[in-house]
Design a protein around this ligand. Sequence first.
Ligand SMILES: CC(C)(COP(=O)(O)OP(=O)(O)OC[C@H]1O[C@@H](n2cnc3c(N)ncnc32)[C@H](O)[C@@H]1OP(=O)(O)O)[C@@H](O)C(=O)NCCC(=O)NCCS
Length: 143
Amino acid sequence: MAIEQVSFANPWQRVLFEAELKHKHALVLAALTLPGETLAAYLCLWLVAGEAQVQNLAVNPGFRQRGVGRYLLVKGLDEARRRGAKVANLEVRPSNLAARRLYASLGFFEVGRRPGYYQAEGEDALLLDCDLTTAPFLPPLAG
Ligand SMILES: CC(C)(COP(=O)(O)OP(=O)(O)OC[C@H]1O[C@@H](n2cnc3c(N)ncnc32)[C@H](O)[C@@H]1OP(=O)(O)O)[C@@H](O)C(=O)NCCC(=O)NCCS
């Protein structure tokens, strides 16, 4: 919750994380330090009808810009693809340059825009997709 609070203008509440952990379509990954098991990052995906929908991704501010976000997202998308996802999608603020650069580096591309989606600030959401069947950052599927 502490990471969530410092990472987003509209942070998820605890009940949302609890629901996510129980949701049958959810895939939740956490990156922990060794030793110590400090939470370095978390990723929440929904796997629905061949799509991996990125619901949440945040890196502990003390661990940013060390490749943790990219590592966790690649792990999550690889697992999603192994479970049948063909495409990944997400929403991101135009002003979130760090996240946009991360997504662009993995082959996400803009497919649309939701005007005023982030209501508090009146900011649009960019809609991004990534084709998991051709994504070069994912290892070949066995078999
Ligand atoms: C966006 C976020 C997840 C990136 O995590 P991270 O672990 O710091 O990112 P990485 O170290 O894996 O960096 C991957 C790429 O992202 C981009 N990037 C990351 N931080 C950046 C920054 N501060 N400025 C510009 N680009 C940045 C770079 O392209 C980087 O690649 P490079 O290192 O080869 O230049 C992290 O900043 C975060 O938690 N932000 C707050 C929550 C958030 O915005 N989540 C996404 C919601 S859509």
